[in-house]
Design a protein around this ligand. Structure first.
Ligand code: SF4
Ligand code: SF4
Length: 228
């Protein structure tokens, strides 16, 4: 390419073959009226918008809003394992684990923070959590007045499990489902920490019994729903 010559690309060499505009097209008025008529008709069409914030949208349970911590029987399910912080792509989660003085087997987060300026609502934290302790809520209108305000601490993150029922039910149905294969979700396996095992489920099963039970469940025939 020669830089001495000016480029002529701006002019189409085929311009003589371009369609000629008619008089009506050249004066533009019919097109303007067509546009006005279209806008006028929309005034009588059913509204698809909402007057937010007076009217609020209730998202479906598949929606990924602000991540929250699940509060179960007045305490957090989180055992501060750190997996969510590890999986979080923008490093939005930080926490410090502690142990209960009366039961050293039980860990809990001394502090747990999510920097909502970093969070990208990817849902990886929910995906990896072994305790179903962090889930994506329906909360989408998040406002901060300062950078410090955007760091949500444990008190602001905790939401009672009853308020998250829809999402928890959704996860129960779809989480970790293996495509095309049978995966029978055993609810009693999803027990959140040792402390809740007998209180919540009263299974009376030791951990060994539960594993045996699971083995038997795994050997059950595949549901016809998946056998296509
Ligand atoms: S939703 Fe994604 S970005 Fe937000 S805290 Fe969870 S893992 Fe991090
Ligand atoms: S929220 Fe879940 S993954 Fe994150 S630290 Fe707590 S138990 Fe572990």
């Amino acid at each position: 390419m020669s830089f001495d010559q000016p480029s002529v690309n701006a002019i189409n060499k085929e311009y003589k073959r371009e369609r000629k505009l008619s008089l009506m097209e050249r004066i533009y008025l019919p097109e303007i009226f067509k546009g006005l008529w279209f806008s006028f008709k929309q005034m009588f069409a059913p509204a698809v918008t909402m007057s937010y914030p007076e009217e609020r949208w209730d998202p479906p349970s598949i929606f990924r809003g602000r991540p929250v911590l699940v509060e179960d029987n007045g305490q957090e399910r989180c055992v501060a394992c750190g997996l969510c912080a590890r999986a979080c792509p923008p490093l939005a989660i930080s926490m410090q684990a502690n142990e209960k003085s009366d039961d050293p087997k039980e860990r809990y987060p001394d502090f747990f923070e999510i920097n909502m300026l970093r969070c990208i609502y990817c849902g990886f934290c929910e995906e990896v959590c072994p305790e179903e302790a962090i889930v994506m809520s329906k909360d989408y209108d998040i406002v901060f007045e300062s950078r410090e305000d955007a760091i949500y601490d444990k008190e602001r993150l905790l939401v009672p499990k009853e308020d998250l029922k829809e999402r928890l039910d959704y996860l129960k149905e779809y989480r970790n489902g293996q495509f095309g294969s049978f995966w029978d979700f055993q609810e009693e396996n999803n027990i959140h920490s040792v402390r809740d095992r007998d209180r919540e489920w009263n299974t009376g099963l030791s951990l060994v019994d539960m594993l045996e039970q699971q083995k038997r469940n795994d050997q059950t025939k595949a549901s016809s729903r998946w056998s296509a």
